[in-house]
Design a protein around this ligand. Sequence first.
Ligand SMILES: Nc1nc2c(ncn2[C@@H]2O[C@H](COP(=O)(O)OP(=O)(O)OP(=O)(O)O)[C@@H](O)[C@H]2O)c(=O)[nH]1
Ligand SMILES: [Mg+2]
Length: 577
Amino acid sequence: MDAPVPLAERLGALRDALDIAGDAPGVDAEPVRALLAKAGARLALGESTVVALAGATGSGKSTLFNALAGADISAPGVRRPTTGTAHACVWSSDPDAATGLLDWLGVPRRHLQPDVDPELDGLVLLDLPDHDSTRVGNRLEVDRLVELVDVLVWVLDPQKYADAAVHERYLAPYAGHAGVLLVVLNQADRLDATGLRDCLADLRGLLDSEGLAAVPLLAVSAQTGLGLAALRAELVARVAARRAVTERLVGDVRAVARAARGASPVDGGGMDGGAKDGHATAGGAPVAVTDDEREALVDALAQAAGVPLVTAAVARAARSRGGVATGWPPLRLVRGLRPDPLRRLHLTASTAGGGARALGSGGADARAADGRADRAADGAAAGRTSGRTSLPSAAPVERARAAQAVRRVADVSGDGLPEGWRTALRETSKELEAALPARLDRAVASTDLDPGRTPRWWAAIATVQWLVLAAALAGALWLLALAGLAALRLDQVLPLPTVRGIPVPTLLLVAGLLAGLLLTALSRPLVQAWSRRAAQRAGRRLRAAIGEVADTEVIGPLTAQRGAYDRWWDALARAAR
Ligand SMILES: Nc1nc2c(ncn2[C@@H]2O[C@H](COP(=O)(O)OP(=O)(O)OP(=O)(O)O)[C@@H](O)[C@H]2O)c(=O)[nH]1
Ligand SMILES: [Mg+2]
């Protein structure tokens, strides 16, 4: 067997658990907090051993109490019920210490033993009201004190010793930390020898079946004094060991830790949520979101963020830039008048300042962008730098796909967890998903979409374009001049040079025009290829930006929450060992 784990270590593990996941969604940390508070308070009050006599009405608690105290402190009942508030009898050479303890216990009726038997020094004996009282106050008082005392002596009597209410509610829960319990069968004088033997055997069997085999069972008679010496010896042993406080707390820690491991407010969890037998995979190997799952998420988010629209716009912008660089000069003019497809989406190819600007002309444009924008950040920023795009809102299908992908990550993160925690992860994923459109839009808006400089040698094409255009213009002017001379009947004055019979000005005009158009047509595939590359580059950058959003806004928080559950589980397992 392993060495017993000290209380301090267990309490430390509980504190760790709280630090790690006390605030995690779906974690019911309240019982852990309450126990730590109780343990702190009780340990500060010293090592006195608080023993309570508990039991049904008329079982003989007060008579037993008086017999052990050797004085009539608590009046045994002639009329039932009698004891309504707890009484204390204190054996202590340091009565002040006991006073603090009794204040904490909330027991005002106290009796100080005048001559303290050194064997019992440090014993605080309580006579409790009846747990089965018709008075609610009595029952509440019992339940309160049962939680606080170090040792519980259950006083049963021959009539009601098998009462299911006592066994289920008060005895069975201590299975596993029997050190807290002691069971006495009082009024043994009322039974004959065989009756007592049968009764004891029956009760023993019952206790054993409840996992309380280690709990001592004593037959006593408060009236005749039978068995009182043995009971006293039990108490002396516990008082001397000065372990009752820690044993009780160890029992509490184990019970609370076991219950808390599977508990969650979402499924109403508690002890039966798979906590007793332990959950198979929680606390096991860390759950990781695979690359494929991440890719699927990034795909869905990229769609929802309008990445295809943006890359198409980048391609158009690049084609337009390439056209301006290589095209026939007059056509460039027309191109220059067309709106920039990136600007229309409030996207720019500018890298200045690291972020794109909303280039909209004013409020109306900025409001149009609101489908995907963070209203909170909007404010009066319309038209100013807002880091938002004017991309249309994601279509419902895209939204749904993104939500599904996010939920998938939540499900993967919740693998092997109790249902309550899985549900809590899903709830978190919904919150994360709701914040995504604004984050994605910002990621797109701050991505550098610059198609890049057009290749240098394209300048050569531009020069040739100008040359052939100049040739065409020269031809045109020449022809115009000839037409003017013809009108004045002077066309025979100047000789008209020809090349193979074709007049040079005509040749200049036609060849110049054809060459310009041919050059434009030939550079088209070059521009196309270049713009495709620019779009691909922008697509990669956008995907990286979206991937970052997926990591920080979805995968990160969900795996962190999962990690908190695992570590909560581990810490509680350490506490419950
Ligand atoms: N024969 C016999 N009678 C006992 C014994 N112990 C207690 N009684 C009697 O049983 C009756 C009830 O005893 P109490 O000590 O008042 O019982 P209690 O458990 O304190 O009852 P509540 O305070 O009502 O919860 C009294 O009349 C006692 O004299 C015993 O060992 N043998
Ligand atoms: Mg009583």
